[in-house]
Design a protein around this ligand. Structure first.
Ligand SMILES: Cc1cc2nc3c(=O)[nH]c(=O)nc-3n(C[C@H](O)[C@H](O)[C@H](O)COP(=O)(O)OP(=O)(O)OC[C@H]3O[C@@H](n4cnc5c(N)ncnc54)[C@H](O)[C@@H]3O)c2cc1C
Length: 491
């Protein structure tokens, strides 16, 4: 059967964070007919789950001179990307970001400016103070209900108000090019009523990442698989790399900064308080040999070190005194994310989980019993704890230089253990884009009328070096691509 044909001015593949921003921006700037193809049953994508966005200095300086912020953020991003990122793209991102935030504020965005320390560095972030809706999720440390969700809903409402044609449950399969391959002419997709050919002189590729596609994860991010071990998926199952596949199919140039979005440690299965406990800086982390291997205050930024451990696993250990301390005192990171209550249920949730036959948490009366429960050699574990306790007594971590404020000995039973593993928020990387989000082919030639955004693109990926960058880039790249599409004159 022949596909049914739809004509539009701009078609956007993916109704997530960047796709929505692109659609609204292009429509506002005058494109009459804008169509979004979204393969799931709702808009928002992974952005719907995101918590914080790149900060604008602390306190926010939107009204003041932003040049200092721009210079610092450009330098911070380039440094996080080991100065291999595309400087023109990063300048475009950093220069546009404040305007994009102002644009969202004008639409009703409200946020808090916050900051927190990870591994001795201070990060400024924008976050939403009051959680949106009454979400009963097993892990309140992530969305829905946070900043990404709020912005996603704001833009989706705006898209409806502007009569943007949002087609849910419609999966794009192919970008259609002109016969000579120099320009786009539309997208082939499958919707609830069958195949459709969306004819358009402008296409924006905003289909997110490939984290839920193991073949692509192994191909693009082989480092994650040098040492086998579980990678728990936190992102949407719709992140199957369709956008990367469509870009590959038409021969677009890719970047070499593909990132799996894996950070660690986290706890799985998900009892949120155990997850939050794992990366408290007061923990003693040991690998499955019972050895300490890293500064625990790296928190969720310790993924690279964890990846080198047997099975990429660790156990976070603490005693009864530290249990009382972490339940009573939220960490600065938790406070910054409005998570002051997150550890309150820990004493009861850990009891439940320690009773499971599948060993993911432990409660023990002695170090020997703890070693048996978590399956590490008892002699090695005792030696590690003795050494760690002596460093705590000295108030100096001469092994891994963890700040003294986080050094807490393990002496008061019961002793607790929580399993920590790698977890994946979604991948980044794909088609290389310039500062206007236009793509290029492998031979360097442009494709007229084609742009790409967000996690579908390369040239900016900072491997979690600056918190909030991916969400900030998603909305900003969408905003820029929408602007580019609106000013593109089709012949
Ligand atoms: C749990 C979680 C927490 C996060 N927290 C943060 C955070 O605090 N700060 C931060 O900076 N980043 C965070 N991120 C990452 C951030 O959410 C993403 O970087 C951002 O959403 C990327 O936006 P995007 O538009 O590129 O992709 P998405 O928002 O994922 O949108 C892509 C859309 O394309 C759709 N799609 C895919 N294939 C097709 C197809 N073939 N046809 C049609 N539609 C298709 C998808 O269904 C999806 O809706 C988090 C991610 C997760 C999962």
């Amino acid at each position: 059967m022949k596909p049914s044909v739809i004509e539009t001015d701009l078609v956007i593949i993916g109704g997530g964070g960047s796709g929505l921003a692109a659609a609204v921006r292009a429509r506002e700037l005058g494109l009459e007919r804008v169509t979004i193809l979204e393969k799931t049953g709702r808009t928002g994508g992974n952005a719907w789950l995101a918590v914080v966005m790149l900060g604008l200095g602390d306190p926010i300086g939107l009204d003041g001179d932003l040049n200092e912020w721009r210079d610092q953020t450009f330098g911070g991003l380039m440094q996080a990307g080991k100065w291999t990122l595309d400087p023109k793209l990063i300048h475009s991102f950093v220069d546009t970001y404040p305007d994009m935030v102002r644009w969202l504020i004008a639409k009703g965005l409200k946020f808090d400016v916050n900051g927190f320390d990870v591994g001795g560095r201070r990060f400024s972030t924008l976050c939403f103070k009051e959680r949106k809706g009454d979400y009963k999720v097993s892990d309140p440390a992530r969305g829905p209900g946070f900043l990404g969700h709020f912005i996603g809903d704001l833009l989706a409402e705006e898209a409806r108000r502007l009569s943007i044609d949002i087609r849910l449950k419609t999966r794009a399969a192919k970008i259609l090019l002109s016969e000579d391959g120099t320009a786009v002419r539309g997208v082939l997709a499958t919707g609830p009523d069958g195949e459709i050919e969306v004819q358009a002189p402008r296409v924006i590729l905003s289909a997110g990442g490939f984290a839920a596609n193991e073949e692509m994860m192994r191909r693009y991010c082989p480092d994650e698989f040098q040492n086998e071990g579980p990678i728990n998926l936190l992102c949407l199952g719709s992140q199957t790399g369709d956008g990367q596949a469509m870009a590959e199919e038409i021969g677009l140039l890719f970047g070499d900064d593909m990132d799996s979005g894996v950070i660690a440690p986290g706890h799985h299965p998900w009892s949120h308080s155990l997850h939050e406990a794992v990366h408290r800086p007061e923990m003693l982390w040991v690998n499955t040999n019972g050895e300490r291997f890293v500064n625990e205050s790296l928190s969720v930024m310790a993924g690279w070190a964890i990846q080198k451990q047997p099975q990429s696993l660790l156990w976070a250990l603490f005693d009864a005194d530290t249990m009382a301390h972490i339940v009573a005192e939220p960490s600065p990171r938790q406070a910054a994310m409005n998570g002051t209550e997150w550890l309150k249920p820990l004493p009861t949730e850990i009891v439940k989980e320690a009773a499971w036959t599948r060993r993911t948490a432990a409660i023990a009366g002695s170090v020997e019993e703890l070693a048996e429960q978590i399956g590490v050699p008892a002699v090695e574990l005792q030696a590690t704890i003795d050494r760690y306790n002596s460093l705590c007594d000295e108030r100096r971590d001469s092994d891994f230089v963890k700040p003294a404020e986080f050094l807490r000995p393990l002496r008061t039973p019961p002793f607790y253990g929580v399993l920590g593993a790698r977890f994946c928020h979604g991948s980044e990387g794909g088609a290389k884009v310039d500062g206007s989000m236009a793509v290029r082919k492998l031979d360097g030639s442009p494709v007229a009328g084609l742009w790409a955004t967000g996690d579908n693109t390369s040239g900016w990926v900072v491997h979690w070096g600056l918190p909030g960058t991916t969400l900030g880039f998603a909305f900003t790249s969408g905003y820029i691509a929408g602007t580019s599409a609106a000013s593109f004159a089709d012949c």
